[in-house]
Ligand binder design. Sequence first.
Ligand code: 5AD
Ligand code: SF4
Length: 466
Amino acid sequence: MNNNSTNYFSREYIEKVRQINERLGKIPLAHVHSFGCQQNVSDGEKIKGMLAEMGYGFTPNTSDADLILFNTCAVRENAENRVFGNIGALKKLKAENKGLIIAVGGCMVQQEHIARKIRKTYPQVDIIFGTHVMGEIPHMIYDKLCENRKTLMIPDSEGVITEGFPVLRESDIKASVPIMYGCNNFCTYCIVPYVRGRERSRRPQDVIDEVRGLVENGCKEILLLGQNVNSYGKEHDFGFSKLLCELDKIEGRFKISFMTSHPKDCTFELIDTIADSRHISYHLHLPVQSGSDRILKAMNRHYDTAHYFELIDYAKKRIPSVALTTDIIVGFPGETYEDFRCTLELMKKVEYDSAYTFIYSKREGTAAASMPDPVSDEEKGKWFRELLEVQQAVSEKAYSRFVGKEIEVLCDGIGRTADGCMTGHSRHGVIVDFNGGRELIGKFVTVRVQKAMPWAVVGELVGISD
Ligand code: 5AD
Ligand code: SF4
């Protein structure tokens, strides 16, 4: 097998495995679980696409699977511990079924010490693959099926982007579309640049064609993905705002959202593009990480809170009722309670709709891993709970701006606030629960908002617009 190849995608081996599976006389079942972020979920959809073409069906259970594949996340230690727990639990299954194939891949495994640990401690695992060799999965499965050969493939090089992967999407109405891979920013706490490699963008025309195809096939919500979408397209001389403008020209009834924006690269032009668009969500996910300039510097974020507020103020001025969301880390090495209080103040001032909040997790190999970290886990836990409380109150207040208003919602499932209610997302990305039936799923409806909750708004259906 070619260890230098990257996301090259082996159609030849898809065909070979399909032929083997056809001779089994039953459809073999695969259990695929993606941990972590949207990018991983999107990779998981490609893996499932290849498996479907190889003749696999799918099962939500590990117990009746012929192939189990974990697509792992490395961003925080607790995600890694969950994966170790899950792999450990497969030992018994493997003992009962020698033909079971177990594969573990993705970000966590891209770290050499983890790959080594899995190989040593979990002999039940047959295939270990890094983030740049997803396209080799058919070849690895073939080697296991035909020659009982185990594979460990963790090349460093991210190589080129491969187009044309088969994709098995989770939903017909919502789709994720990666526009770029990797990250160049090296925030001092973050493992992503080490496991996903340097930034590289898909060609604009490939993205535009994919989005147009999805819309033509009835998809209503498209999520553009990248670690830092604001630096999209450098190698194609085609910036993110320009890409959004092109996508906004596509005819049809659909929404476009995107994540993640980096405050250092987010431009006023981008905010103008959102404000003037037909399809783009009135939502900006702008991870601030900390409200203390001292900590932002130690995190290597390349902006200060003054610049962050400039962006927020402009977004509030230009985009009607803009939805602002963020990521925050509590307990970064050297953070004091004073620094943390600055984060609380910033949260209240911005009035985020919601925030993803994390306790700092030490990642081997990152710059922050060697910084002194004197605050105890217990103390960080207290700060974290304080942050959650403040955010709950902030969210409820922020969502109250919709009370009494009629908003358009794409219905996408069953609601949680009352029996028999439906749910969806507004153009602002806000969760909206309302009365209605399952026939509304996939339709745009109008809802009059009656009540704000800390995580959603609730209202009554006043019309169906398509
Ligand atoms: N510890 C805690 N949170 C982290 N994140 C990234 N790395 C770490 C870490 N080591 C958070 C950041 C990022 C989000 C995706 O995960 O807030 O924006
Ligand atoms: Fe990690 Fe920073 Fe890159 Fe985001 S921008 S993936 S936090 S290094």
